[in-house]
Write a protein that binds this ligand. Structure first.
Ligand SMILES: Nc1nc2c(ncn2[C@@H]2O[C@H](COP(=O)(O)OP(=O)(O)OP(=O)(O)O)[C@@H](O)[C@H]2O)c(=O)[nH]1
Ligand SMILES: [Mg+2]
Length: 229
């Protein structure tokens, strides 16, 4: 059983807790109770591997975000959430992603972009195309539109990020055989000063179908990356 630490990040009220609780417990929280910090664990199997997930549900509201740096340091995979009903919540993710890359000293960090509340069609401020565009700018970070309320794409998004972590582990262990047990040092460090998230490197894969080599064995995984309602 491997332990993986996931961190859920995003602006206040976008649905980080609702998505997390929906994923972990299969229930939807209707009420809004701003989070300070919550931690959950869940055991799942991903591509035949038993995984013990620790999921850190972080605060979106400004007065608690000082802790973010510590969470990011300890996390291996990141779920970056905005609400499709709040354009500024997507804009806030730009700085959050920069912060993740700076702290992890890498532009290749397991991550998914999630546009939550896609059930609220009448309140939409962000189109699926807007999300796809951001995903492209972010080196084709897998993008999902989701609804915590209707449990749409919730599991897919969390599992995607776990798969990315596993894939990285496999890469590190297969390429690091001659090295001295390097832990998780990445290929391309993201300079703290550089503000160009997309210039880094990476595979030219279509946004709607980022390949997940770890999942290749399990071809049955559906290709759906975002839901367009
Ligand atoms: N319609 C709809 N409402 C949602 C969805 N997800 C969350 N909400 C509602 O949005 C409100 C905020 O959700 P939370 O999950 O508490 O948001 P959060 O991102 O954890 O907020 P902070 O902890 O303050 O950062 C709650 O009233 C939820 O019920 C969704 O998919 N659809
Ligand atoms: Mg919360």
């Amino acid at each position: 059983m491997r332990d993986y630490k996931l961190v859920v990040l995003g602006a206040g009220g976008v649905g980080k807790s609702s998505l997390t609780v929906q994923f972990v417990q299969g229930v939807y929280i209707e009420s809004y109770d701003p989070t300070i910090e919550d931690s959950y664990t869940k055991e799942i199997e991903v591509d035949g591997r038993a995984c013990n997930l620790e999921i850190l549900d972080t605060a979106g509201v400004a007065q608690f975000t000082a802790m973010r740096e510590l969470y990011i340091k300890s996390g291996q995979g990141f779920i970056l959430v905005y609400s499709v009903t709040d354009k500024s919540s997507l804009e806030e993710l730009m700085a959050i992603r920069e912060q993740v890359m700076r702290i992890k000293e890498s532009s290749n960090v397991p991550m998914v972009l999630v546009g939550n509340k896609c059930d609220l069609t009448n309140e939409r401020e962000v189109t699926p195309e807007d999300g796809i565009e951001v995903s492209k700018k972010w080196n084709r970070t897998p993008f999902y539109e989701a609804s915590a309320m209707y449990k749409m794409n919730v599991e897919d998004a969390f599992i995607d990020v776990v798969r990315q972590i596993i894939r990285k582990e496999v890469q590190v262990s297969s390429s690091g055989t001659q090295g001295s047990g390097s832990h998780q040092k990445e290929d391309v460090p993201a300079p703290a000063s550089s503000r160009k998230p997309s210039e880094s490197r990476k595979k030219p894969t279509p946004v709607a179908a980022k390949p997940t080599p770890a999942a290749d064995a399990k071809k049955k995984k559906k290709k759906r990356r975002c839901v367009i309602l």
